[in-house]
Write a protein that binds this ligand. Structure first.
Ligand code: SF4
Ligand code: SF4
Length: 123
């Protein structure tokens, strides 16, 4: 699937020109992608879409989606190969467990539970 934002006729023409010699993936490449999907799906990650509805209501401005992104990276790769940014005041340990974020989350993620995991893993 190709997604491209276009706001002028020049951009549209440029995109069409670029796609003139488009080569679809071959069978070997499709097989490789299938394998990658299989591996990624075998790891249970946090289904956060980074919509940030939770951070809009969080009284402590905890960096919830960013924290979950790092946790997911560690789940998929490992801690050694994951950069853990300094979350400072927005770290999981500053969560007061009010639960406002969970009411706002369209994915119904147990945010407080995963933030506890983040404290143990990241801090
Ligand atoms: S439970 Fe924690 S992360 Fe969720 S809104 Fe309250 S303070 Fe923020
Ligand atoms: S509201 Fe839920 S899905 Fe959206 S960023 Fe927060 S945790 Fe992720």
């Amino acid at each position: 699937m190709v997604l491209s934002g276009m706001s002028s006729i020049e951009q549209l023409e440029e995109n069409i020109a670029f796609m003139k010699d488009f080569q679809p993936l071959n069978e070997e490449e499709f097989a490789l992608l299938d394998k990658a999907v299989e591996i990624i799906r075998s790891v249970e990650t946090i289904p956060c879409t980074s919509c940030k509805y939770c951070t809009e209501v969080c009284p402590k401005d905890i960096a919830i989606p960013r924290i979950f992104g790092v946790l997911n990276e560690i789940k998929i790769y490992d801690k050694e190969h994951t950069w853990i940014p300094p979350f400072g005041e927005r770290a999981a340990s500053n969560c007061i467990k009010c639960g406002k974020c969970e009411k706002a989350c369209p994915q119904h993620i147990e945010i407080r539970k995963y933030l506890e995991e983040a404290v143990k893993t990241l801090e």
